[in-house]
Design a binder for this molecule. Structure first.
Ligand code: ZN
Length: 513
C-alpha cells in the first residue's frame, strides 16, 4: 500500500470534528509536504516526524511524501497530528500492518519528541470523550492516559514511544507504564480552606451563606486586610460537589485551555481569581486558537474579581453577556466557537481609592469627587447584576485578638454546606432550578408576596429608587432567604416569603448605594 489513512480529531471550542490524515508515497525527487496545517506548524511537525522515525530505527522514505489533513478548512494545531502522520508513513511503507477494520475503528493522538517518545497533548479528555461517543478506540501518549481513561476507560490504549504504538498492533501484551497513576495513587487534594478560620464578620458570612444557597452574585466592600479574599476563597467549599456531567464539562474546558487539565482537580468546583490587569481575551476567552477564558474556566464554580474597579472597563463590560446568558461566543475570521460560562461572580473592592474611608483613624483623605469617580468605574448595569452587596468592616480589636474557639460567629464550612444543600433541594423541587436562574414569570409564580410584603417592597422601591431588574433580584434573594429559614415550614418547598426575608434581601444589596 502506498497510501494510508489514519484518523484523528481537531478541537474547535468544545466540538471535536474528525480529521483524516492521508499519506501518499510517490516516486521522484525526495520531498515531504503537508497540506491542511498552518505554515509554521507544518515545518515543526515535519522536523519532529522525520527525526522520530529515524531515531526509532526506520528508514525515512526516499521519494515524494504528501500528507493531507482533511478537511483542509478546519483550524488545526500541529502537535497532536505528529503520531498519525508518522504512523501513516509507516503504514504506507508497509513497515507495520494494521487490518483496515481495526484501523478504521481507531483514532491516534500524540506529539513526537525527536527520539521517538510520545509527549502529552492538550485536550485529550475532550477528544477521547467524542471518540467514545462515536464508539471508537483511541491511542494516546501514556502521559495522557489518566485523562483519557476518565471518559473512555475501556477503549483507550497507550504507548510511551512510536515503537510502543507499533508494538500495540503486533499483539504485544499491553504494558502499564510507571507513568500511569490510577486515581487512588494521585496525591491527595490540597484541603479546601474552612470558613471556621475566618474571625468575626458575621454579616459577611451570612451573605456568603445566602450567595451559596441561591447561587447569587456577591460584592464585598471593605478596607484592605479585612478578609474579603479569605471569604471568597471559602465559597467553593460551601457548594455541593459537582455531579457527573458537570464534572466532565469542567474538566473538558480545562483540558482545552492553555493551562491544561489537572487530574487532581477532577470533580472539584473551580475557583478562578484573575488579576485586575488581565486582558479581555484572558478573562472572556480568545487568542488565535480561541481558547476559553477565566469566565469559562470558572464554569460551575466561582469567579473572584478582587479590586473590581481596577479592572479594565472593557473587561467589566464584557462580563455582562456571560452573566446573563451563561455562555460566551468567540468569533474568528474562519470560525466561531462557544464556551459555557455559568460561573458565580464574587467581587471585592475598597470603599475609596486609598481603602480607608470611614476608618476611625481618619487616615482617608479621598475627596468626594475622587470617591465618586472610583466607584463609577463599575457601571450601573454591571452593579445591577450583582445580587448581594455587603460591607466587610475592620474587626474590632477584641474580635481580632480573641480565641478562635470563643468566636460566637464561628461556623464550619461543613455546617454551612449542609444548610446550602437543603435550601438548594427545596429550590430544585419547587422550580427545577436555583433561585438566581428564575425568570420574571417564575418570580411571579414562586415569589408570592402577602400584603405586608407588597407594601414593604413599594416603600423600598420609592426610597431606594430601585429599577425593575433590581426588584427582581431582591425577590430572588428573598426567596433564597426564605428557603434557608426552616421555621414553621412543614412543606417540602419551604415557607412563603415573609417581611423579615424581604427586609433582609433589601438590606443585603445596600453596601455602596
Ligand atoms: Zn480613601
Amino acid at each position: 500500500m502506498r497510501i494510508a489513512r489514519v484518523a484523528s480529531r481537531a478541537q474547535l471550542g468544545l466540538t471535536a470534528p474528525r480529521v483524516q490524515v492521508e499519506v501518499h508515497l510517490g516516486g521522484g525527487l525526495p520531498t515531504f509536504s503537508i497540506v491542511g496545517l498552518p505554515a509554521t506548524a507544518v515545518k515543526e511537525s515535519k522536523d519532529r516526524v522525520r527525526a522520530a522515525l529515524h531515531n526509532s530505527g526506520f528508514e525515512f522514505p526516499a521519494g515524494r511524501i504528501t500528507v493531507n489533513l482533511s478537511p483542509a478548512d478546519l483550524p488545526k494545531e500541529g502537535c497532536r497530528y505528529d503520531l498519525p502522520i508518522a504512523l501513516g508513513i509507516l503504514l504506507a511503507l508497509g513497515e507495520i500492518k494494521i487490518p483496515v477494520s481495526e484501523l478504521e475503528r481507531c483514532e491516534f493522538y500524540g506529539e513526537l519528541g525527536l527520539s521517538g517518545e510520545l509527549k502529552p497533548i492538550r485536550g485529550i479528555l475532550h477528544a477521547a470523550a467524542h471518540a467514545a461517543h462515536d464508539d471508537r478506540n483511541v491511542v494516546v501518549p501514556t502521559s495522557n492516559l489518566y485523562e483519557a481513561r476518565l471518559v473512555a476507560a475501556q477503549t483507550t490504549r497507550h504507548a510511551a514511544t512510536l515503537l510502543g504504538v507499533c508494538a500495540l498492533f503486533r499483539g504485544a501484551p499491553a504494558q502499564e507504564s510507571a507513568d500511569f497513576a490510577p486515581a487512588e495513587t494521585l496525591p491527595a487534594l490540597s484541603s479546601v480552606p474552612d470558613l471556621a478560620d475566618v474571625r468575626g464578620q458575621a454579616a459577611a458570612k451570612r451573605a456568603l451563606l445566602v450567595a451559596a444557597a441561591g447561587a447569587h452574585s456577591l460584592l464585598l466592600v471593605g478596607p484592605p486586610g479585612t478578609g474579603k479574599s479569605m471569604l471568597a476563597q471559602r465559597l467553593p467549599g460551601l457548594l455541593p460537589p459537582l455531579e457527573g456531567d458537570e464534572a466532565l464539562d469542567v474538566a473538558t474546558i480545562a483540558s482545552v485551555s492553555l493551562r491544561g487539565f489537572e487530574p487532581r482537580d477532577f470533580g472539584r468546583r473551580p475557583f478562578r481569581a484573575p488579576h485586575h490587569s488581565a486582558s479581555a481575551s484572558a478573562v472572556i476567552g480568545g487568542g488565535p486558537h480561541a481558547r476559553p477564558g477565566e469566565v469559562s474556566l470558572a464554569h460551575r464554580g466561582v469567579l473572584f474579581l478582587d479590586e473590581l474597579p481596577e479592572f479594565n472597563r472593557t473587561v467589566l463590560e464584557s462580563l455582562r453577556e456571560p452573566l446573563e446568558s451563561g455562555v460566551v461566543a468567540i468569533s474568528r475570521a474562519a470560525f466561531q466557537v462557544e464556551y459555557p460560562a455559568r460561573f458565580q461572580l464574587v467581587a471585592a473592592m475598597n470603599p475609596c481609592p486609598c481603602g480607608y474611608l470611614g476608618d476611625v483613624s481618619g487616615r482617608c483623605r479621598c475627596a468626594p469627587p475622587v470617591i465618586a469617580r472610583y466607584r463609577s468605574r463599575i457601571s450601573g448595569p454591571l452593579l445591577d447584576r450583582i445580587d448581594l452587596r455587603v460591607e466587610v468592616p475592620p474587626l474590632p480589636s477584641e474580635e481580632l485578638l480573641g480565641e478562635v474557639g470563643a468566636d460566637a460567629t464561628a461556623m464550619s464550612s461543613a455546617m454551612v454546606a449542609g444548610r446550602v444543600h437543603d435550601a438548594r433541594r427545596r429550590q430544585q423541587r419547587r422550580a427545577g432550578k436555583l433561585n438566581s436562574d428564575l425568570t420574571s414569570g417564575e418570580i411571579q409564580r414562586h415569589c408570592r408576596l402577602d400584603r405586608n410584603c407588597r407594601r414593604l417592597l413599594a416603600q423600598a422601591r420609592e426610597r431606594l429608587n430601585l429599577s425593575a431588574r433590581a426588584m427582581h433580584r431582591a425577590l430572588r434573594v428573598a426567596r433564597t432567604i426564605a428557603d434557608l429559614d426552616e421555621s414553621g415550614s412543614g412543606n417540602e418547598t419551604g415557607p412563603n416569603i415573609g417581611p423579615a426575608h424581604l427586609a433582609e434581601a433589601l438590606q443585603l444589596r445596600r453596601a455602596i448605594d
